[in-house]
Design a protein around this ligand. Structure first.
Ligand code: SF4
Length: 518
């Protein structure tokens, strides 16, 4: 009998290790032989720890299981489909999962993350095999044709980056995976590394073949110890099996991969600060040009992509560019792993083709706020994302549609707030976050964020009918304009997004009768 209990950090935080231990103990005491697999998470966090049993008709699920439930589950013969209050039926039939389009996350929670044979049995390395039957330029063209855009936030076409590096002439080129997933409310990178690490290795290996690189680095945030542990083990296994090393899968291509642990700085998620950090220097942003594709790590041409960008590539190679391009909307092709968090009833990982709306995510998937109160504001795209008001909740998830209303999809993180949220406090927090995380290289961000905190405080504290109120609002808008257009990187440049959207859509929280954008 095969049982699956997630070893994903979120599931572990909710007691998955203790539940796994209790299941093993009970099985032993009852003389039942079981094969307990520590899988990734299905991404339905309100059901964690989610325990699944393999049956002839598919996997059945029970959750959220606590240690004290385990005895009764065995008493009710849950191993053979016995009824129990925590029974959820077939996992794949749970509507939250059934309504998704899992391309990247198809194996998530299904396989044993470190089992190469399990990965291979679920289409693993099929993309790499096809890649090895093509020329590097054909591989680049396939990624270009798929329309894949960077999932880290900037949405730059992945194939163009690869082509730039591939056509650069240099004795050494690098592949760097940005796994410094620091946005509030995001965890798709972490889940990928913990739950399907070979997919990332496969994607990076394909990139190396396409771009002509032989060395790669995965830069993982230090707050992800389990992801680091799993990736290190996966790299060792893949190397031992010949999927990494001097002759990838018996071919003439070489690719070596190492993990670099970040040091807890948000700005090191900015690609050039990350390169500095990997080189062993202080994580300060570099001026561009030169772009990293021309002069990146140690001065060499470097492909830098986010975890989900690389993880999308094996499927594109396996099923072809047209398959991927046909998912999504306009120039936003494929799927986006969306992370629904904050004050939401059913938070979790939702992979959908572009085109899904915020309203569908908040209510059809999320079930409304966790508090039961009306949802007031939704921040999309991390701590530098816009607070999206209800008037835009029916916009399709599409990079261009969001950009047209001054919003961004970023890394797909969604943080929900109910009507008790004070948007002036959230705006102040955005400026404070920027002040804490600023690398200090440029004045608009370094000084502007500190002044921003002060101006927001004065604006909120000023009497409604005093002249100070409109004067402070104007000052705040001027400051945001300077930060937006004068900052060297996205941290200073995008901090105005949450501030201005809070001011424009929730002026009452600042004690203003109406926003005055003039
Ligand atoms: Fe550094 Fe901020 Fe300037 Fe970016 S915007 S380079 S984080 S000071």
């Amino acid at each position: 009998i095969r049982i699956y209990v997630p070893a994903d950090s979120a599931a572990i935080a909710l007691g998955a290790d203790e539940v796994a231990e209790a299941i093993l103990t009970q099985a032993q005491q009852r003389g039942i032989e079981i094969d307990l697999i520590r899988s990734g998470s299905r991404g339905m966090f309100w059901l964690e720890p989610l325990v699944e049993i393999r049956t002839d008709g598919g996997r059945t699920a029970y959750g959220p299981v606590q240690v004290e439930d385990v005895n009764a589950l065995f008493d009710n013969d849950f191993l053979h489909g016995g009824a129990h209050a925590l029974s959820l039926g077939l996992t794949e039939a749970i509507p939250y999962l059934q309504k998704q389009e899992r391309v990247c996350f198809a194996r998530m929670g299904v396989i044993d993350p470190l089992s190469l044979s399990d990965y291979e049995a679920h289409q693993g390395f099929a993309g790499l095999r096809r890649c090895l039957s093509m020329s590097p330029s054909e591989v680049v063209q396939e990624v270009l044709d798929s329309g894949l855009r960077g999932r880290g936030g900037a949405a730059f076409p992945t194939g163009i980056k690869w082509k730039t590096v591939a056509t650069a002439s240099a004795p050494q080129k690098y592949i760097v995976c940005n796994a410094d997933e620091g946005d509030s409310g995001t965890y798709s990178d972490r889940m990928t590394m913990e739950g399907d690490p070979y997919m990332l290795i496969e994607g990076m290996t394909i990139a190396a073949i396409a771009a002509g690189a032989t060395q790669g680095y995965i830069y993982i945030r230090s707050e992800y110890p389990r992801a680091i542990e799993v990736m290190l083990a996966a790299i060792a296994n893949a190397s031992a099996a010949g999927y990494l090393g001097d002759r990838i899968a018996g071919s003439s291509y070489a690719f070596h991969l190492q993990v670099r642990k970040a040091a807890g700085s948000y700005v090191c998620g900015e690609e050039t600060a990350m390169l500095e950090s990997i080189e062993g220097k202080r994580g300060v942003v570099r001026a561009k040009p030169p772009i990293p594709a021309i002069q990146g790590l140690f001065g060499a041409p470097t492909v830098i992509n986010n975890v989900i960008s690389f993880a999308s590539v094996p499927r594109i190679l396996e099923r072809g560019a047209a398959y991927y391009k046909n998912l999504g909307l306009g120039r936003s092709t494929g799927t986006l792993p969306i992370q629904l968090t904050g004050n939401i009833r059913y938070g979790g990982l939702i992979e959908k083709a572009f085109g899904v709306t915020l309203r569908e995510l908040l209510f059809d998937f999320g079930g409304g706020s966790a508090s039961g109160r009306p949802i007031k504001a939704v921040q999309v795209g991390g701590p530098l994302g816009t607070y999206v008001p209800e008037q835009y909740w029916d916009l399709p998830f599409d990079y261009e549609a969001y950009a047209a209303v001054g919003a961004t999809l970023g890394h797909g993180g969604i943080v929900v707030h109910d009507d008790t949220a004070d948007l002036s406090k959230l705006a102040r927090y955005a400026m404070e976050f920027c002040a804490i995380e600023s690398c200090g290289k440029c004045t608009p961000c370094r000084i502007g964020s500190t002044r921003g905190v002060e101006v927001i405080e004065r604006l909120v504290q000023a009497d409604a009918d005093s002249a100070l109120k409109p004067a402070q609002e104007k000052l705040l808008r001027d400051l945001c304009h300077t930060m937006q257009y004068g900052s060297l990187c996205a941290l200073g440049g995008m901090t105005p997004n949450p501030v201005i959207s809070a001011l424009n859509y929730y002026p009452q929280d600042f004690g203003l009768a109406a926003a005055n954008p003039a």
